[in-house]
Ligand binder design. Structure first.
Ligand code: FE2
Length: 491
């Protein structure tokens, strides 16, 4: 094995029936108090999330899908997309999109055929209650039971995840929710929507935080069998929202930014009471993998916020290169706004490990988000980065491939009237060079009339439309999208 041996016994908080019941009661209480506080909310805001491209849908299964072009025969698996799809909103004005019921969308491809498309709700307690169905297995934790942010395969199974406290939900291949659990571990710890998988070891490295326990974050490592093999508490003064993290060959990076827990927003009835904190700087924590929190080194920079990070790696010159989508202080206004109103730009941060000096370079000042890479290069020197560009008002119809070596980029336009969701890259073969393979994404009509899946053949900066699959139904714009190969799943 490439990873360190763990001789010491790992001590971590364990979940049990009693704590789970206590958490369930806490969730009920928080929901009740939240409803009371929201009643007092006075400011009028328009809720865009019930309409058009965001309009929630019912569960569905579609067969006989119309295919244009040729689906590559080696793509055998599921194209998964997860997002917020509230099934029961009593007061749309007070509804928080980030906490809408999680829905999964899955297109199954086999041997050049689009076999089926399915939209299904995650069986959270709230959803099961509305459907009058039994609760799923597993213990409960966190301030609420919603899971809606990301989905991926690990330890042979599918896991849907959210940050700030709730356990992941384990699903079978048919997308039935099986149970809440921190993978196959018995730990009582929060998780994150964005763990990073180390390709050398198969371990998931994650920076996680708990909305109910504000003064720290956790660095957790889950092994290839789904067991917790490392855990350390990082003390943090301001209770930050930490959405993403990065790894290099040697370390994990912590983004401790100025979006922090706010009592004022909590008392205003905000379901996600985190806001821009003008008193706080941005800092990056550099912690060796599998190390204890005392070893963390902080590098500070001007206030900015990182929602999604692209990749990081070490250079021969003892530098760490960190590619990130950076939100500046206008994020205080845009935090709850639609994607296209969030002004993130692509930056490269270089940290000199000897002097701990950080150098910032803007790689692309156009508004963009949802970075994806060829994940065989996670934590390693890499060349190609895929992002979505948001151009107001006719919005987000553009994907962009960045060549970070040649410092150039090329856009791909999905056409007027269409909005593209996060892309996912899969290599043509396991031996293919970086950036040679397929990009897949769900593409939505802005008016909510239809949705399709686009498969692009890419090789470096070359882009060619390979196939389009008409889903026959609308699905709302959502959060994250991943391709899962059949061989990643054991059940
Ligand atoms: Fe995310």
């Amino acid at each position: 094995m490439h990873h360190k041996k763990h001789n010491k016994t790992l001590h971590y908080p364990k979940m049990n029936r009693f704590i789970s019941y206590k958490n369930k009661f806490q969730q009920w209480l928080i929901k009740l108090i939240g409803q009371m506080l929201r009643r007092r909310k006075t400011h009028q805001e328009v809720n865009i999330y019930q309409d058009k491209i965001y309009q929630p849908v019912k569960e569905t299964e579609q067969y006989d899908l119309k295919v244009y072009g040729e689906i590559p025969k080696q793509l055998n698996g599921l194209l998964l997309r997860i997002g917020s799809n509230p099934i029961h909103v009593t007061q749309p004005r007070l509804f928080d999109w980030y906490l809408g019921d999680g829905m999964l969308h899955a297109l199954e491809l086999q041997n050049g055929q689009a076999l089926s498309f399915k939209s299904t709700l995650l069986a959270t307690d709230q959803v099961q209650q509305i459907k009058a169905q039994a609760q799923i297995q597993g213990f409960r934790r966190g301030a609420h039971d919603v899971v809606n942010t990301n989905i991926f395969a690990h330890a042979g199974q599918l896991w849907a995840v959210i940050e700030a406290g709730a356990f992941p939900i384990c699903l079978d291949k048919q997308l039935n929710s099986l149970r809440y659990q921190l993978f196959n571990s018995d730990a009582n710890l929060p998780f994150t929507a964005h763990p990073r998988k180390d390709r050398q070891t198969g371990h998931l490295h994650a920076i996680c935080y708990d909305a109910l326990k504000c003064k720290n974050a956790y660095y957790e490592v889950i092994d290839e069998e789904g067991q917790l093999i490392h855990f350390t508490e990082i003390e943090l003064a301001h209770a930050p929202m930490i959405h993403d993290c990065l790894i290099t060959e040697k370390e994990i990076l912590v983004f401790d930014g100025p979006i922090t827990f706010s009592v004022k927003h909590l008392l205003q009835g905000d379901s996600v009471p985190y806001t821009w904190n003008p008193k706080k700087m941005m800092r990056i924590g550099i912690l060796p993998k599998y190390a204890d929190a005392e070893q963390i080194v902080w590098v500070e920079l001007e206030p900015c916020f990182v929602f999604h990070a692209a990749n990081a790696y070490r250079t021969d010159q003892e530098q760490i290169i960190i590619d990130v989508l950076v939100h500046h202080d206008d994020f205080r206004h845009a935090q709850y706004a639609a994607y296209e109103l969030q002004n993130a730009q692509l930056e490269r941060w270089s940290v000199d490990l000897a002097t701990q000096q950080l150098h910032r370079e803007v790689l692309d000042s156009q508004v963009q988000e949802f970075p994806k890479i060829d994940e065989r290069f996670t934590g390693l020197s890499y060349r190609y980065l895929y992002t979505l560009k948001f151009r107001h008002p006719e919005a987000f119809n553009q994907m962009c491939i960045h060549d970070l070596l040649l410092k150039t980029s090329i856009p791909y336009d999905f056409g007027l009237g269409w909005g593209v969701g996060e892309v996912t890259f899969t290599p043509e073969t396991v031996e293919s060079a970086e950036g040679c393979g397929y990009l897949m994404a769900y593409v939505h009509r802005l008016d909510g009339a239809a949705a399709k899946v686009a498969i692009l053949k890419v090789n470096g900066l070359e882009i060619q439309l390979q196939a389009e699959i008409d889903l026959g139904v609308h699905i709302p714009l959502g959060f994250h999208c991943n391709w899962v190969n059949d061989f990643e799943l054991s059940n």
